[in-house]
Every structure is written in structure tokens, then in C-alpha cells.
Write a protein that binds this ligand. Structure first.
Ligand code: ZN
Length: 100
């Protein structure tokens, strides 16, 4: 719940900053092309922010079950094949650990 609220505030902040910047450029008598460019960059920034937050929410973490081993593998945007390979690596202590 707190994560979702934080994500929403992040998107709202990005949108407000982009809108304010675009407004300031527009009010400074900049060329229409410059204002439109800033508006597009601001919209792109909001889209990037939404995508980054979505990727962060879909992160998978696999932790080694061996006691005392602190290895964990975090995956974001992995294909099914990559996910299977990294999961096998993370849960098989002999593949990443020492003698513990
Ligand atoms: Zn391990």
C-alpha cells in the first residue's frame, strides 16, 4: 500500500515538474518548437517513470535456501528462459557458494 502511494506520488511529481517546466518555457516567449519539444520531453519523462516503477514492482527475488548464505538474485524484465536459469543459479548453493 505504501509502495503504491509512493509510486503515485512519484508519477504526480514528474507530471507536475514537466507541466511547470513547459509552462515556464511557454511564458518566456520561447519559440513554439522549443515549447513543444519541452512538452514532449516532459511527457516522455512521465512515461519513463511509469515504466520504471512498473519494472520495479515486477522484480523477482530468489534467495538461496542454504543457512548462512546471503546470496539472492533479483531479476527484472527477464525472459522465461533467463528467469529459469537465474533461479537455478540462486537456489543451488554449489553453483554460487563456497563450502558453507
Ligand atoms: Zn548459497
Amino acid at each position: 500500500m505504501a509502495q503504491r502511494m509512493s509510486d503515485q506520488l512519484t508519477v504526480i511529481s514528474a507530471a507536475c515538474a514537466g507541466t511547470l517546466l513547459t509552462y515556464q518555457v511557454w511564458q518566456s516567449d520561447a519559440a513554439l518548437f522549443a515549447t513543444a519539444t519541452v512538452a514532449l520531453l516532459a511527457a516522455t519523462n512521465v512515461a519513463w517513470t511509469v515504466d520504471a516503477l512498473r519494472r520495479n514492482r515486477t522484480k523477482d527475488v530468489v534467495t538461496c535456501p542454504t543457512p548462512g548464505c546471503g546470496v539472492s538474485v533479483a531479476m527484472t524484465g527477464a525472459t522465461p528462459g533467463e528467469r529459469a536459469r537465474m533461479t537455478a543459479y540462486g537456489v543451488d548453493h554449489s553453483r554460487h557458494g563456497g563450502a558453507a
